[in-house]
Every structure is written in C-alpha cells, then in structure tokens.
Design a protein around this ligand. Sequence first.
Ligand SMILES: Nc1ncnc2c1ncn2[C@@H]1O[C@H](COP(=O)(O)OP(=O)(O)O)[C@@H](O)[C@H]1O
Ligand SMILES: [Mg+2]
Length: 277
Amino acid sequence: MRYVEPDPSLPEVPLAGGDVTEGLVRIGDTVRRPPSRHAALTAEVLRFVEAAGFDGAPRCLGTDHAGRQVLSYVPGEVASRPRPAWMADDARAVSVAHLLRRYDDAVAPLGVPPSAAAVLEPEPAGAPPRVAGTPELIGHLDVTPDNVVFVDGEAHALIDFDMARPATRTEEVQNLLLWWAPLMAPRDRPEAMAGVDPFARARLLVDAYGLGSDARSEVVAVAENTAARAWFLMRDRAARLGGGWARMWAEGVGDTIRRRQEWLAEHRATLTGAVTA
Ligand SMILES: Nc1ncnc2c1ncn2[C@@H]1O[C@H](COP(=O)(O)OP(=O)(O)O)[C@@H](O)[C@H]1O
Ligand SMILES: [Mg+2]
C-alpha cells in the first residue's frame, strides 16, 4: 500500500535513542523505517492488532516513495538513557505488563503467519537449543525501556517491532522481566532501579500479566536458556549484520549477558519461588 504524503514539504527529523536502526526519521506525525526483512511481518502484525481493536502500537500506514515503512508517530515519553527515576515505580512496571498482555491477546489469533519466516535467523554455532515449546504467537520480545511509550505515567504503546517473532507467552514474559524486574546482575541495572527488589518485582509482573501456572514454573528456565542463547545470537549478529549490533558487542554486551546468566543461576531458587509461590 503506497503511502500518500499529505504534505511533501515536511522535514525529516532523525530519531535517535534506539541501539540498532539506522535511518529512522520522523516526518510530521509519521515515522519512517528503512526497508528491512522485518517489514512484511511487522505490517501484518500491526494491521492485525489494529483490526482487533488494540490501540497500543503504532499504526502501519503503508510504504513511502523511498520504500520505507510508514508508521504513526506515538506521542508520549520513553525511558531513554540515563534511565529516569520513575523506572523504579511499581505502577509503571505493572502498566507495561498489562499493555504486553493486551498486545499478546490481540495478536494471538494471528498465530504464526508465513511472513514470519523472513525474520527467522540462522542458528548460531555453539548455541544451546531453545527450550521454550512450540511458538503460539508473534511476540514483541523487546520490551526495553526505549520501546515503550508512556502517557500520563502509564504504558500506552509498544514500539519497535523489529524483534517480533514466533514465541511462547513464557518467552514474552521473560523478556518483560529482563527489563522491568530487572533480571540483571546488580552492576548492570540502571541506577534508577538500584532500590528495586527484582524478586518482588518479578512476582508483581507475572501477576499483572496473568501468566498461567505452567508457564510460571518454566519461566526461570526459559530466561536462563534465552540468556545462554543470547550470547551466541548477539555475537553472530555482530559478525553478520555489523552496525549497531557490532557496536553493542564491542561495548561488552556479551559480558553483560554472561553476568546475567551467573546471576540467574545463583538466584534460580529464589526467583522461581517468587514467581510460583
Ligand atoms: N512510532 C513511534 N512513535 C514514537 N516514537 C518512536 C516511534 N518509533 C520510534 N520512535 C522513537 O525512536 C526511538 C528509536 O526507535 P526504535 O524503533 O526503538 O529503534 P531501534 O531499533 O534502534 O531501537 C525510540 O526509542 C522512540 O523514542
Ligand atoms: Mg528500540
């Protein structure tokens, strides 16, 4: 669907803040994403959830003259770096869990469409196999503080669907916990979250999402497996895709992931108890 420019004289304003996407610009009340192998799935997902009445994501408006995906710009605030103090607020985190649940419920009936094949990546050599079961939906899987738009102190929209891919709800929730509990070694947590108890926060988040009891009993194992795989995936992306991936690898994201794995292994019992009890 070709996007018709309402006003061709509007300037292109670069959008910074994310780690990866180059060439992202805002034009008027739209965002343009450079062509990528994610575009077809993203468009299908965004149109599907919009038709389902879900308003917590940008709308997909078509493709512009330069082949860029046109999305609606979502006004509001994202938690860019340095992370704001409000990341410590339980109510904010709970609102992210509610938004993610609404997205997952809206997208679930789509299942795993054929357009998802284009985003699947080669299995990196040496990575342990994925332990989460058969994918049930197209998860967002990248619920970072930069990828949630807040309005009036509440999570209002998920943006940046470039990591969206077939997943289970357990995988989706472990990603939520990673960023918002957070499931990180203490030295890697944002300073704003230094006073947050990650176990109590994890419990709050699984409750707010409404994760089922089977999924709760496996979410810690899935988090550990995802972290173990992430080290190989990130190294592979750095080599294969370069750009922001290579930059993140050079800046030590691999070591951050290793520290997360150690922290998860050390606190496996406490964390499992917190989310299942
Ligand atoms: N549709 C949108 N509405 C509002 N802001 C957006 C939108 N898309 C991107 N942004 C802004 O641009 C930043 C980077 O975009 P993002 O899609 O997250 O790129 P990256 O892949 O690099 O993380 C976001 O953190 C957000 O501040
Ligand atoms: Mg982003």
